[in-house]
Design a protein around this ligand. Structure first.
Ligand SMILES: NC(=O)c1ccc[n+]([C@@H]2O[C@H](COP(=O)([O-])OP(=O)(O)OC[C@H]3O[C@@H](n4cnc5c(N)ncnc54)[C@H](OP(=O)(O)O)[C@@H]3O)[C@@H](O)[C@H]2O)c1
Length: 234
């Protein structure tokens, strides 16, 4: 991982912050992104010196391009984008408001798309790169109360696979992560009864992403699927 430049959107989240610590310990040069500058500064202070923080709302394509520009200004290039930003709305299908659906599509579907578009744009010329999309198992399986979330996450799988087909000729790898429930602040805002003690730990999710980033150059981990034993989707 030494000296690789890794942009993490959602760096301050449960998965993103654990990953930031693992990557920093492995010698990566980090670009931390999320909306809240306060949360970014808090994370930055816990990491070894060198990581930069770039407040970014991924719903804005301009801010995603600015994020990559800042990474290049600081480190010269971008090796990896980890798309680990997102939010959840879990409600009965008939209770989903237009604003709920917009929120899921804006952040989870379009935001991650814009971040990947900005990243691949700067990776193409160097003919190397890696996009890690933290999608979740609800990108390939259905669950009651998750219609708006699934609408976005199934969509992420769709555009990710199309993107992968296009960017492979530029040496850019794409890995899709299908984690089951991970015990993070994601669930604080979700009005659904869940047993967080049975979920995966954010360390497990972060280690899986580390694995994908550490394989030999000729290997491409296309998909990593990890589920908690209590809630298996095959
Ligand atoms: N937790 C799970 O059970 C689970 C399972 C599978 C997949 N996932 C997916 O994994 C990803 C990370 O989840 P998590 O559990 O780590 O969530 P989390 O702890 O709630 O963190 C979410 C992160 O996304 C950032 N974020 C939210 N909206 C953003 C926006 N518009 N622009 C930029 N950053 C934004 C947040 O920072 P700010 O609020 O400061 O912007 C925060 O850093 C999400 O895509 C989620 O859907 C989660």
């Amino acid at each position: 991982m030494n000296d690789r430049v890794v942009v993490i959107v959602g760096a301050t989240g449960g998965i993103g912050s654990h990953l930031s610590h693992l990557l920093a310990a492995a010698g990566a040069r980090l670009v931390l992104a999320g909306r809240s500058s306060e949360k970014l500064t808090q994370l930055q202070e816990l990491l070894p010196p060198g990581a930069i923080a770039v407040p970014t709302d991924i719903r804005s394509p301009e801010q995603c391009h600015h994020l990559m520009d800042r990474a290049i200004a600081e480190f010269g290039h971008v090796d990896v984008l980890v798309n680990a930003a997102g939010a959840g709305v879990m409600k009965q299908f008939n209770k989903i408001e237009p604003a709920d659906l917009d929120h899921m599509l804006e952040v989870n579907l379009k935001g991650s798309f814009y971040a990947a578009q900005a990243a691949t744009n700067v990776m193409k010329d160097r003919k190397t790169g890696h996009i890690c999309n933290v999608i979740g198992i609800l990108g390939k399986h259905s669950m009651a109360m998750a219609s708006a979330y699934c609408a976005a996450k199934f969509g992420v799988v769709g555009w990710s696979k199309c993107m992968a087909d296009e960017v492979r000729r530029f040496g850019i790898k794409v890995t899709l992560f299908y984690f089951g429930g991970v015990d993070t602040p994601f669930w604080d805002g979700v009005s659904l009864k869940v047993d967080r003690s049975k979920m995966l730990s954010p360390e497990t999710a972060a280690k899986a992403i580390m694995f994908a980033l550490s394989v030999e150059p000729q290997a491409v981990p296309l998909e990593i699927n990890i589920q908690p034993e209590s809630h298996l989707f095959f």
